[in-house]
Design a protein. Structure first.
Length: 148
């Protein structure tokens, strides 16, 4: 059992690290000089339903202060805009520029190609087992780490 734990830990850590390195290299090869943290910030702005700082920070599992620093940097680089809410002037909503949408399209294409490559050799029953196992791992992370 200990060997299984060690192997699983090693595989998860290596997989995570390799994906981050490959994502960043893919962007750099296309002339984009953003860090993966910055790209994931753009991605979370896009995913956010409200586009508010608090919602984006929640999605990214960071504080609003940390997000403010990231958004300031992305705004200076021309990837993000801040817009005052029409109904409530106290609320600032984040908006992605066309430049950011281009980066996210490249990022999404990388993920599609990676997943297509990954599953091309799997069989249907293996797909189900893999997805079930990954969902269980993700649920563990959600229950034990996201609420802290």
């Amino acid at each position: 059992m200990e060997n299984v734990k060690e192997t699983l830990n090693e595989l998860l850590v290596d997989l995570f690290n390799h994906i981050l390195v490959l994502e960043e290299k893919n962007l750099q090869d296309r002339g984009i000089s953003l860090s993966m943290t910055e790209v994931h910030t753009l991605e979370n702005i896009q995913k956010s339903k409200t586009k508010t700082m608090s919602d984006v920070a929640r999605l990214q599992l960071i504080t609003q202060g940390t997000l403010t620093v990231a958004v300031n940097r992305l705004q200076k680089k021309g990837y993000v805009s801040r817009l005052q809410d029409a109904q409530d002037k106290r609320i600032i909503r984040l908006s992605l520029t066309a430049k950011a949408l281009d980066v996210l399209a490249i990022h999404e294409k990388f993920h599609e190609e990676m997943i297509d490559s990954f599953i091309s050799d799997l069989k249907i029953d293996q797909d189900v087992a893999l997805i079930t196992s990954l969902r269980r791992i993700m649920e563990y992370f959600r229950q034990n780490y996201e609420d802290r």
